[in-house]
Design a protein around this ligand. Structure first.
Ligand code: HEM
Length: 147
């Protein structure tokens, strides 16, 4: 069962952290080649789909993480593992803030054809995604390099 939990845990991490890396470092720079008016609608369409997978990943990471923690018992309190869990808590809260508050504001701006407003809000959202990606990488480092 341990191997299955680790597999599911890492699958969730790959989708979430890898997805953030892709959006920030591949998709977003490539959008610069498009006309400005086309960028926000495309980004919103991409994020709308990506966020569904992030929600599924978060559920997978927490459920498998709990399964792993149950097996590790008191060792879960090791500094690296504990740091990973604390970082995951912050990441989950930041994503909740993005999905429940920031993203609806971008969609609203698009709905009223406020393209500059949508672009500015998307830039703010980009910084929150960057924060979560760095936290995710730190969580991986905590549980692999720092043990
Ligand atoms: C996005 C957040 C997270 C990331 C990036 C992450 C990353 C990882 C990675 C890479 C491993 C494999 C370590 C190894 O086999 O050497 C791991 C294992 C583990 N994770 Fe997470 N994790 C996250 C969230 C969580 C959460 C929320 C929990 C608890 C509810 C959790 C509990 C565990 C446990 C108990 C292990 C096993 C550690 C061991 O076998 O020594 N993780 N995690």
């Amino acid at each position: 069962m341990y191997k299955l939990w680790i597999f599911l845990h890492l699958f969730g991490v790959v989708v979430w952290v890898g997805g953030m890396f892709f959006v920030l470092h591949c998709l977003r720079p490539a959008l610069a080649d498009l006309q400005p008016a086309l960028r926000p609608p495309l980004m919103v369409g991409v994020l709308q789909r990506f966020f569904r997978y992030v929600i599924a990943s978060i559920v997978l990471i927490w459920v498998s993480g709990a399964g792993l923690a149950a097996r590790l018992g008191a060792h879960t309190m090791q500094s690296g593992v504990l740091t990973m869990i604390i970082l995951a808590l912050i990441m989950t809260a930041v994503f909740g803030w993005i999905r429940m508050s920031q993203f609806p504001r971008v969609r609203l701006a698009l709905a009223v054809s406020d393209l500059p407003g949508a672009a500015a809000l998307l830039d703010k959202l980009r910084r929150l995604v960057l924060l979560n990606m760095v936290l995710g990488l730190l969580a991986i480092a905590a549980v692999t390099l720092w043990r």
